[in-house]
Design a protein around this ligand. Structure first.
Ligand SMILES: [Ca+2]
Length: 609
């Protein structure tokens, strides 16, 4: 039932090659640089498990990489070095549980795995893709993870070499799927690796390795970009907040940024709906989430001005839950909610309030109901909440903390999460002046139909940032812009094809969902459609991102099925506004502007799903 398992889709795709800046002719010098620098990592040297690749590649071999590490005075060791030929594949398959699908259709590159830390109990690994064709403008793409995943995200890294960039991903210091948390129990160091240390250490060391691999002069810039969603969004924000030198630009999707609040909230949402049995009048059964979605669509679709099956302005919709409540004349109770069930839904939308009425975390957005199964389905709260409380917060062995008797999370849990913030993972610094001052840029995006990480949380973060900069929205938009994506679920696609809204902007997890050989937005590999390319143009050429055109296909995860819809997504508070005349499924019929509402009817196009 886990979203990330959807990433096992492995359909091969054949797409246009990306024409980047002229690649640098690859130098075949085998002389490693000899300068040393202490990176502040642990002083013990790791015994490299060198296994010569019997390759003729002048640099992509363990001996050469080991000589680079030797100059860096680091404890890190080479775990693997593999040359990958054109159209090749690389990854760790089933031994990488959260990312078992190896990217295919790769450009020629060197795949490297580095291990940092000597003991089995405390180490992290990171992977590098070092393309043979490295662009003249030197660039690195760092990608993030998802949930509690422990594994190198080779699939998302593939975008890097297709753009003639190096790429990096860390396993965050453990090996597990996105929903496992037991590795964190009583393990402070692993929590910190997941929280921030593995990412930061990998970025610092990875940059140095890349510079030496390509013999890049010290005075030449290595442009570094980040792309991640969910936990990946949090990792990116966390890194740029404390270490403003790490990235030049960051593409941040649906960030689970405030771990200490969000994860307990994910537990609290479950408590609204559990226990899942007939004796609990407040329990909304799984099949009624669709009923809720249909009613939201009925009441809210047109509020944004266009009756197109996409709720683009959920914040403007005054949704009346009472319309769904069973009347005294009801005979078919599968088509309505009891008053108690309606109360549960109200709480999910409203968010989590303290006893004093303080907002602890905002609720799920109208139109997210199709994805409510993640937090409210099943028979117990999701591991994102329950696992966090048990294994991160309480280091509980599973016998003491019992959620079944709870209707609400206690004040003690809230205060403990606030005080401890296990792993120091929360990305709650709103003053990112240092990042801004060195030219850093952020594209923040979030699906309005996200049923896992509330979209209103990203809106909250953005507004807290604006507040921190004295309410100067225009000033903040000079370096961080927030894009809502109507109809998109958590990080990608539109859940259950309802309503198959344009969702793909080349963000984290998105290309991989279209197939193991996919990258960017297939057929639209340009800065108008691909958020990463837009970010690079903003950072390097000063081209502010005034819009991005999102894409979906007739079959939303099959880019060979034909484009169904394209539509701009816009920097908040602007919205995509329909011109009233053109085809609503064409991007040209829309412009980014402050919202105006004039209801336009549109026949919803048949969607093949
Ligand atoms: Ca609409």
């Amino acid at each position: 039932m886990v979203l990330w398992l959807l990433l096992t889709a492995a359909t091969l795709g054949t797409f246009q090659a990306f024409a980047s800046t002229s690649p640098l002719a690859f130098s075949h010098s085998t002389t490693p640089v000899t300068r040393k620098r202490n990176l502040g990592l642990q002083p013990r040297r790791f015994q490299a498990q060198l296994e010569d690749q019997q390759t003729t590649h002048p640099r992509c071999n363990s001996k050469y990489l080991a000589s680079i590490l030797h100059t860096l005075n680091t404890t890190a060791a080479i775990e693997n070095v593999t040359p990958v030929a054109a159209n090749g594949s690389y990854g760790e398959g089933a031994s990488d549980p959260p990312y078992p699908v190896n990217p295919t259709n790769l450009p020629p590159l060197c795949a490297v795995t580095i291990k940092v830390g000597q003991s089995a109990a405390a180490n992290y690994r990171f992977g590098l893709f070092l393309p043979d064709d490295f662009s003249t403008t030197k660039r690195l793409l760092v990608v993030g993870n998802g949930g509690f995943a422990g594994g190198i995200n080779w699939l998302d890294m593939a975008a890097g070499p297709h753009h003639h960039m190096a790429a990096l991903s860390t396993d965050t210091g453990h090996n597990s799927t996105a929903i496992e948390t037991s590795w964190a129990n009583h393990h402070t160091e692993k929590k910190e690796f997941w929280g921030w240390r593995a990412m930061h250490g990998s970025v610092v060391l990875g940059k140095e390795i890349i510079r030496r691999y390509y013999e890049q002069p010290d005075n030449e810039k290595l442009w570094t970009y980040y792309s991640g969603c969910s936990t990946g969004g949090r990792q990116g924000l966390r890194e740029l907040q404390e270490f403003p030198d790490s990235f030049d630009g960051a593409l941040i999707g649906a960030p689970a940024w405030w771990t200490g609040r969000l994860n307990p909230f994910l537990m609290q949402v479950g408590l609204y709906n559990f226990p899942a049995d007939d004796s609990n009048p407040y329990h909304i059964p799984l099949e009624k989430f669709s009923l809720l979605f249909t009613e939201v669509m009925r009441q809210c679709d047109g509020v944004d001005g266009v009756q197109d099956g996409i709720v683009s302005s959920p914040d403007k919709c005054e949704f009346d839950l009472g319309m769904l409540v069973c009347s005294q004349f009801t005979t078919n109770f599968s088509e309505c909610l009891t008053i108690e069930q309606a109360e549960t839904a109200r709480k999910v939308y409203e968010g989590w309030l303290s006893e004093d009425g303080e907002l602890l975390y905002p609720g799920l957005t109208l139109s997210s109901e199709v994805q409510w199964w993640v937090l409210l389905g099943g028979t117990e709260p999701s591991p994102f909440g329950l696992g966090y409380i048990r294994d991160f917060l309480l280091d509980d062995d599973g016998k003491e903390f019992d959620w079944t008797g709870l209707s609400t999370i206690g004040k003690d849990i809230v205060e403990r999460a606030q005080r401890l913030d296990p792993g120091r993972s929360s990305a709650t610094q709103y003053d990112i002046s240092d990042f801004k001052d060195r030219g850093g840029k952020v594209i923040l995006y979030h699906g309005l139909a996200d049923g896992l990480v509330p979209e209103k949380g990203s809106w909250w973060y953005y507004n807290k940032t604006i507040d921190n900069f004295g309410g100067d929205l225009d000033g903040v938009r000079n370096f961080i812009r927030y894009f809502q994506i109507p109809g998109m679920g958590h990080c990608f696609s539109t859940p259950d094809c309802r309503p198959n809204a344009p969702w793909n902007i080349g963000g984290a997890f998105q290309p991989g969902l279209l197939g193991s050989g996919s990258w960017s937005v297939p057929g639209f590999e340009d800065a108008e459609h691909d958020g990463l390319m837009a970010l690079m143009a903003w950072s390097e050429e000063g081209k502010a991102v005034d819009k991005l055109v999102a894409t979906t296909w007739k079959k939303p995860t099959d880019s060979n099925s034909g484009v169904l819809r394209q539509r701009p997504i816009c920097p908040w508070p602007e919205k995509a506004v329909y011109d009233g005349a053109g085809d609503v499924n064409e991007a040209e019929s829309w412009e980014c502007a402050m919202e105006r509402v004039e209801l336009v009817s549109e026949m919803q196009r048949r969607v093949e799903c």
